[in-house]
Design a protein around this ligand. Structure first.
Ligand code: NAD
Length: 252
């Protein structure tokens, strides 16, 4: 039997108990990676995911940390690196906020930027400090098509996701000579809790389903792009932002 694509490698996926993070953890484990399942206050979901992965012959471990908290992230990396190396990082954890800009106060701004951009910054720093001396590693940051497009009533989210693109491309340039690849995905609307039906207005549905493929994406379709970018198959990709989006945005 052929060796699996990511056999012998270890990955950390943030916000991995649900949605795109969960699908990514399953896909990484399916390719032979050992996966750390980061979550915040979702112990039972994370443990169920670990059980599912192990039942399929994979290896995974749940680890709790609020990625907006620098001390919690430092402790998480201490635990992970205390057990061995980290080859791959997926910065997936995210929160969304729909609010008119003038109602978006300092606390809202800090909360959204703290998770959607701040966590990417701090997890990348911990991972890169470890990866640089080893001269290998791969990172995928989860942005959004809204990071390119912007949207009314989503200024904090769009700003953070645009920041993720700038951070990804900057780190790709800075760490290429160290043998580390840094890429991103900018999904269109994906069927997860973040866009559950109760959050979809008629106007939202009309706009989103005007995409050429006329449907929402699945978490597994985003996970496939993430696994590709992390894998040796993407050995000449760095600083790239792939867009699993059904054709809704072709400008990246
Ligand atoms: P989701 O809500 O299922 O996943 C987000 C996960 O992040 C949740 O498990 C949540 O608990 C976790 N999380 C939030 N704050 C955290 C924190 N402080 N610490 C640790 N974990 C935290 O939704 P999803 O759609 O799977 O979102 C995953 C990523 O994909 C997010 O970054 C999101 O912005 C991005 N994205 C989603 C869509 C979409 O349409 N669903 C589109 C583009 C980008």
């Amino acid at each position: 039997m052929a060796a699996k694509l990511l056999a012998g490698q270890t990955a950390l996926v943030t916000g991995a108990a649900t949605g795109i993070g969960r699908a990514t953890a399953v896909a990484l484990a399916g390719e032979g990676a050992r996966v750390w399942i980061n979550h915040r206050d979702q112990q039972s979901l994370a443990e169920r995911l670990v059980e599912d992965i192990m039942a399929d012959g994979g290896a995974a471990c749940a680890i709790e940390a609020d990625v907006s908290d620098p001390a919690a992230v430092a402790a998480m990396f201490e635990t992970i690196l205390g057990t061995g190396q980290l080859d791959m990082l997926v910065n997936n954890a995210g929160v969304i906020l729909e609010k008119p800009f003038l109602a978006t106060d300092e606390a809202d701004w800090a909360r959204v930027l703290g998770v959607d951009l701040g966590a990417v910054y701090r997890c990348c720093r911990h991972a890169l400090r470890h990866m640089q001396p080893r001269r290998s590693g791969a990172i995928v940051n989860v942005s959004s098509d809204l990071g390119f497009l912007g949207r009314e009533h989503y200024a904090a989210y769009c700003t953070a996701k645009a920041g993720v693109i700038g951070l990804t491309r900057s780190l790709a340039r800075e760490f290429a000579a160290d043998g580390i690849r840094v890429n991103g995905v900018a999904p269109g609307p994906i069927a997860t809790a973040m866009v559950s039906p109760e959050h979809m207005s008629e106007e939202w549905m009309a706009r989103e389903l005007a995409i050429p493929m006329a449907r929402l994406g699945t978490p597994e379709e985003v996970a496939a792009a993430i696994v590709f970018l992390l894998s040796p198959r993407a050995s000449y990709f760095t600083g790239q932002i792939l867009g699993p989006n059904g054709g809704s945005w072709m400008g990246a």
